[in-house]
Design a protein around this ligand. Structure first.
Ligand SMILES: Cc1cc2nc3c(=O)[nH]c(=O)nc-3n(C[C@H](O)[C@H](O)[C@H](O)COP(=O)(O)OP(=O)(O)OC[C@H]3O[C@@H](n4cnc5c(N)ncnc54)[C@H](O)[C@@H]3O)c2cc1C
Length: 326
């Protein structure tokens, strides 16, 4: 039995694990995929510009540093086990997890639990246009574009939030001819990302939605899109399509665990406590007044959740942070 069982090994879960060890709590992180979460699964090659102490750090490298740090502090990390169920036991909680390859069932116990599952099992939003399902990774991705594939190709990026803006930059830097298509009348990402895309003179079409795809012999040739108010649709030559229009979040599992959710997120208080005593949550999966979905806030919340788990498990008469300074 662990002192703390952490479900999800993205930035929030790994930081929570590190902080548990700072408090001398035993901690196991169980992740459905690869530890590192979105850093490795969605944008491994992308430079991160807002991690303190690094002007920029490649996402894969940041994830590796965090994992090394967690392991060094004694966090147990399990990959490829997806937690399906969480139940209360006499002395804490038991999670039932499934090996995503073999289907084998594993059980993990914790006196307290921290849920850090980000967007849950990643399900990208699709365009839902005919032909989309028949395209392969060679010409369609819902993640950051593969730089080797983007080089020398006509790349169309759908979506004007941070993911789309960063995909466009990455494809441009890799030598792709990039056009962005955004349904709204403006980009919605951070100013720095918009400035970089402006500086690269990346073509863009606002108020524009994809209507169909031109596909010949299984290969993508063009994207047909309609701009609001325009008499004719646009035909954008394209042999590599990048769709970054968000993720469909599925928290059905979490609801089954008895934790109160609001929309597609878990409600927490300032201590990262959920509606179930002994179950904390942190990272992209949580909501509270003033929540930002960022690496830095995920790390901060991981620290808060770990300290709350410490209070729940050890019940110290007094909690100070100064014991962590030495
Ligand atoms: C393209 C893109 C670029 C971004 N760039 C930046 C940036 O430059 N700076 C910044 O601050 N933020 C950035 N973000 C946001 C940042 O990545 C997230 O806020 C952060 O990764 C959230 O971390 P997390 O640990 O909460 O979730 P995640 O990273 O999503 O990790 C959750 C983990 O939980 C696991 N999991 C899910 N369900 C289960 C289950 N049932 N059982 C076990 N494991 C499970 C998943 O496999 C995953 O590893 C970006 C996001 C995107 C999409």
């Amino acid at each position: 039995m662990n002192d703390v069982l952490i479900i999800g090994g993205g930035l929030a879960g790994l930081t929570a694990g590190m902080y548990c060890r700072m408090r001398k709590l035993s901690a196991t992180v169980v992740d459905a995929g690869r530890p590192g979460g979105q850093l490795v699964s969605l944008y491994g090659d992308k430079p991160v510009h807002d991690w303190p102490g690094h002007v920029n750090v490649v996402a894969n490298d940041l994830a590796q540093q965090l994992l090394d740090h967690a392991l060094e502090l004694g966090v147990e990390v399990v990959s490829g086990h997806k937690v399906d169920d969480l139940t209360r036991t006499d002395d804490g909680f038991e999670a039932q997890a499934r090996d995503v390859l073999s289907g084998e069932v594993h059980r993990y116990g914790g006196r307290a639990v921290i849920i850090a599952i980000g967007g849950g099992a990643y399900e990208p939003r699709r365009l839902r246009v005919p032909g989309e399902d028949q395209l392969t990774e060679e010409c369609l991705t819902y993640r950051m574009p593969d730089r080797a594939r983007a080089a020398g190709r006509d790349v169309v990026v759908i979506g004007g939030g941070d993911s789309g803006l960063e995909s466009a930059q990455s494809a441009h830097q890799a030598g792709g001819r990039v056009t962005m298509v955004q349904a709204l009348d403006r980009f919605t990402g951070m100013e720095t990302n918009i400035e970089r895309v402006d500086a690269m003179n990346i073509r863009r079409h606002f108020n524009t939605r994809v209507r169909s795809l031109e596909i010949e012999d299984g290969r993508l040739r063009a994207v047909v899109a309609q701009t609001k108010g325009a008499p004719e649709p646009l035909r954008l030559p394209c042999d590599y399509l990048v769709v970054n229009i968000g993720q469909a979040v599925n928290l059905e599992g979490v609801k089954r665990w008895g934790v109160e959710v609001e929309g597609s997120q878990i409600k927490v208080d300032g201590h990262m406590r959920t509606s179930v005593e002994g179950v904390l949550a942190c990272g992209d999966v949580v909501t509270y007044d003033g929540k930002y979905k960022l690496l830095l806030t995920a790390a901060s919340e991981g620290c808060v959740a770990a300290n709350s788990a410490y209070q729940y498990v050890r019940k110290p008469t007094r909690v100070t942070m100064t014991d962590l300074y030495s």
